[in-house]
Design a protein around this ligand. Sequence first.
Ligand SMILES: Cc1ncc(COP(=O)(O)O)c(C=O)c1O
Length: 444
Amino acid sequence: MVGHPPPKDQPGFSDQPDWPGQPDWPGQPDWYEAGLQHLWFPYSQMKTAQPPLAIASTHGERLQLADGRSLIDGIASWWTAAHGYNHPHILAAIQKQLQAMPHVMFGGLMHEPAARLAARLAQHLPGDLDRVFFAESGSVSVEVAMKIALQYGINQGRRRHRFLFFRHGYHGDTLGTMAVCDPDEGMHRHFEGMLAQQIMGELPDDPARLTALDDLMSRHADDLAAVIIEPLVQGAGGMRFHRPETLKVVADLCKKHDILLILDEIFTGFGRTGTLFACQQAGIVPDIITLSKALTGGTLPLSAAIARRGIYDAFHSDDPDHALMHGPTYMAHALGCAAANASLDLFQSEDRLGQCAAISRQLADELEPCRHFPGVRDVRILGAIGVVELMRPPNIDKLRQAFIDRGLWIRPLGSVVYLTPALTISPADLSALTEGIRACLKDL
Ligand SMILES: Cc1ncc(COP(=O)(O)O)c(C=O)c1O
């Protein structure tokens, strides 16, 4: 058992944070060192990781550091800030909602921002995906989607309890979602044997794999509650792309074997791949779709699991046991819903998909030369995602610092150096990012 830490004035309390090499920048804010001793950062070995940068503010495509420097953001805060930071339309919507009501429980109460958002999402999504369950984070929306799939079976007297996911897939960091992430390459590999046993398949991108997946699904058809996949792009698992035809094959096999299909569009949703939702490129409608990230334009935490009418119908009954027993405290957060409505306004009033297409062309032109660098395995572009994959992982800290020295914020994922900028980024700022990548990777 982990004990309580000794109080500050007793021996054993270390004044020194674990981070080595305390940054000693002029203008470092007074809260920095004090906070560093108490914060636990994501995906970081706290003992050896580079100290984080102190951020004072954001604007457009820029991160303003507390020491006065400014960085062009190539990642848009894990792909959320589709319209750039501090978009006035979203800020105004949040401020207006804040005056009226920041949040209220969603059990037995409802409010206009959630009502409008649910109706608008149903209108924008393909097919009859029209029943929206709101949550606060991407992982939780995937948990909800999985729970809906399980209970869909239970409510019909079928106890199908397993999920099929794909190699290199990533669906979140909670226990249920960890079990449908790639167990070998993913970051959760030391939990092997401790999570629910799910089934991993290979993407059917050639005829042999199609047959193998067909066989796998046929063997497990009675057990499988759903197949879950990130459509067109496996993001955190290495920014790997597959063709719409491959996605269509997965959807067809689900139909053939009568297994539900969950599309996790948390990364791909809201224009990232060139269409509002990636599934539109394959012309398919999943049974359940999950959305988050750019849903609020990167301003507030909000997510949704959205089910087709036929799925919802299995819950709509006189039997109380058929109800979905789930209800995050902050679900349908009014500020988040107001931000998401404002973000949707921008997708309607400004040409984000046109901007995405222009980014795509520019990324292709400007990253393509990297293909000929020694140490580069692949260059690939899809929508507003640009990837340079290296033969082996670089010295990440050194590379990240080289980008920072050039005024750029780019965080490689292992051997994958990628850009997922705001869809509003200017051609000049995008060129600064691609030029920085070319310069820093040339001599690796
Ligand atoms: C495809 C996908 N699913 C789920 C998640 C988890 O979302 P969150 O970090 O909001 O829990 C992510 C996050 O990167 C993601 O890319």
